[in-house]
Design a protein around this ligand. Sequence first.
Ligand SMILES: Cc1ncc(COP(=O)(O)O)c(C=O)c1O
Length: 368
Amino acid sequence: MGNIYTSKVFINEEMHRAVKEVLDSGIFIFGKKTKEFEQRFAELVGTKYAIAISNGTTAIEVVLLSLGIGKSDEVIVPSHTAFPTIEPILRVGAKPVFVDIDERYYTLDPKLAEAAITPKTKAIIPVHLYGQATDIAPLKALCQKHHLFLIEDCCQAHHALYHGQPVGSFGVAGCFSFYPSKNITVCGEGGMIVTNDPKVERTCHILLHHGQDGTYNHVLLGNNYRLSELHCALGLEQLKQVEYFTRRRREIAALYTQALQDVSGIISFPEEASYARHVYHLYVIRVPAAQRSRIMEELKTEGIFCGIHYPIACHQQKALLTLFPEQPTLPITEKIIHEILTLPIYPLLKDEEVLMICEKLKRIMNNS
Ligand SMILES: Cc1ncc(COP(=O)(O)O)c(C=O)c1O
């Protein structure tokens, strides 16, 4: 068996054909693949609109700009997320206000969010981390009560559900990423904004295309955040596989959880919340902090590459602290970042590979 990495891209014949079709068409921007990818993605999430964009980070940035969020505004977010959730908040000049997570599900704890609201708060960005929906109903109620925007970071949660409804359809907008490791990828950089609000849809379109409302009529200060036709063609073919991707990720997660039950020392396994359909973008266990590096190293020598998502909490990142040095203590986030360990998961991973990883992990942990 060769090396096993945390993720691997699924590629089929249809994807090869789709690339050729675009190359032969001679249309590389805003063609029919882009339109169809947007339409099919909107159908998947159940929103009126979907807007293809250069990546997940720019999706969040453009949504914030479209809502007029900027200087001296505050945005409530979890700190336990990829730093790209935070960058767009800083880019538009707003202040991220960090809230701790629920220890079982690793998503923003709605019980802690209300205390973080100030007169400057404009939005809450829950992150459906690792593929599990945040408990969104209490956050939505909070947003309604305090007149805040709810913006969902769905970059790790394509096809995830909350009480049977797709994530991305609860707030004013949802933002997705199609980076190569994601549950749906465009085999490069890509993103999608979903919304039911025609004004947000229109403004996002204008902003990502140099602020143009019609050719060479620049009405807003935008940027070039377009997604190319080739990437949309690939994303469209991936989207056709989403049922299989989700089913296979869920099977692998169940197999890991079952096969690792009797391994001594594992602190916790991923848990599916009663309200969620987890899509297992990442399969994250927790191990004793003092043993984590050794476990990772020993797995690596066996050709198994694990990850840590994420080793430094966002509220402790230098890029943030230089702008906002005063930060809260977040006990759960600050504890779990030393224990989390991501095992390989992707649809192409075979059952026997999962069992082999479990065997090796068992041996390594039982030897400690
Ligand atoms: C939770 C989260 N938010 C935002 C992003 C940003 O997406 P992208 O890498 O497409 O810019 C990512 C991906 O890295 C992510 O995992």
